[in-house]
Design a protein. Structure first.
Length: 332
């Protein structure tokens, strides 16, 4: 078995659902031009970091000296089907994006990628250079993942795998090892526009552009100010993030659930830390009044291992007030 095959096999054993390899060459002109046009149109909103390190973002070799290959892994996060007691219809609840119903993926994925690096190092010995990227480096990971054959970029600007759908968390290892590369797949969205039609705020334009200024995920997570009324009214009951364009995707209809996502139970004596990608079914919807009553200490405790922690209590309360305004008339 070759080194490339060893790496792929172990990546799957360590819990990833997809693994592909591409070289460390720059992105093609088409992707660079699309990204340039997107930035110049002001569609990045307050995400000023998207304007920085342009060369690194479009050329992985700029992130590691003598880089030759990029190992890209994908983790399916379609939530497992669990039986939960439905909340009281009279209790106002806010929805949470699917990925945030799990433990913080940054920590989980980094731990698994370090295991993969340890394996590679044991095989190749001294001289191995690498950089692990889990949202920590400026890198156009979706374009690289498409080049590595993990899927194609849909009209919702998400990487879509024909078997797993669009619920995929991507991460990378840039390395100086020269590995056998994979071939891009030919699937595409064809004439489907379901994600565009499903977007409540028209953030997805028919011309293929994504205006982050209108995107509910951006507004509820990245945006730091007070959300203007016309957009706030369209947020509905999305407390943290939004999955509308993912859920509308036909590739999501038959997508399998996360193979690592067993429900986490604090009372279970058999539970072992980090053995599974922990899933919290009670985080799918949160009581909005409870959120508004949270103290700083209560917030830190409740969301200690959650991506929600990165948002901060004040912005979570801002979102909760918006959700309450939107759904209260329906509860009257």
């Amino acid at each position: 078995m070759s080194l490339t095959q060893d790496i792929k096999q172990k990546a799957i054993e360590f819990g990833f659902d997809l693994v592909g390899i591409t070289d460390a060459s720059p992105l093609d002109r088409e992707h660079v031009q699309l990204f340039t046009d997107w930035l110049n149109s002001g569609y990045a909103g307050q995400m000023s970091y998207m304007h920085k390190n342009f060369e690194k973002r479009t050329n992985p070799a700029k992130l590691l000296e003598n880089a030759q290959s990029v190992i890209i892994v994908g983790l399916n996060y379609t939530p497992p089907k669990t039986q939960t007691i439905p909340p009281d219809p009279a209790t106002p609840m806010g929805r949470v994006a699917n990925y945030a119903q799990y433990e913080d993926y940054h920590l989980f994925i980094k731990k698994q990628l370090r295991k993969l690096i340890e394996l590679i190092s044991s095989i190749v010995g001294a001289g191995l250079k690498f950089k692990i990227c889990v949202d920590s480096a400026p890198l156009a990971e979706r374009a690289l993942a498409a080049r590595a054959g993990l899927g194609f970029i849909g009209k919702n600007h998400i990487l879509i795998n024909p078997k797993l759908g669009p619920h995929i968390l991507l991460s990378e290892i840039i390395t100086n090892l020269k590995l056998k590369t994979d071939t891009p797949i030919k699937n595409n969205c064809s004439n489907c526009n379901k994600c565009i039609q499903a977007c409540p705020t028209d953030a997805l334009a028919p011309d293929g552009q994504l205006d982050a200024n209108k995107c509910i995920s951006y507004l509820t997570i990245e945006y730091k100010g007070q959300i203007q009324l016309d957009l706030a009214e369209k947020i509905g009951d999305w407390l943290f993030g939004c999955d509308e364009c993912l859920l509308a995707c036909p590739y999501q209809e038959n997508a399998p659930v996360c193979k690592n996502g067993t429900p986490f139970c604090k009372e279970s004596a058999k539970w072992e830390p980090n053995k599974q990608f922990k899933f919290y079914p009670d985080r799918a919807k949160l009581n909005l009044q409870d959120v508004l009553n949270l103290s700083d200490e209560g917030f830190d405790t409740k969301f200690a291992d959650s991506p929600i922690k990165r948002l901060g209590l004040q912005r979570l309360k801002r979102n909760a007030k918006i959700c309450l305004d939107n759904i209260s008339p329906h509860l009257a």
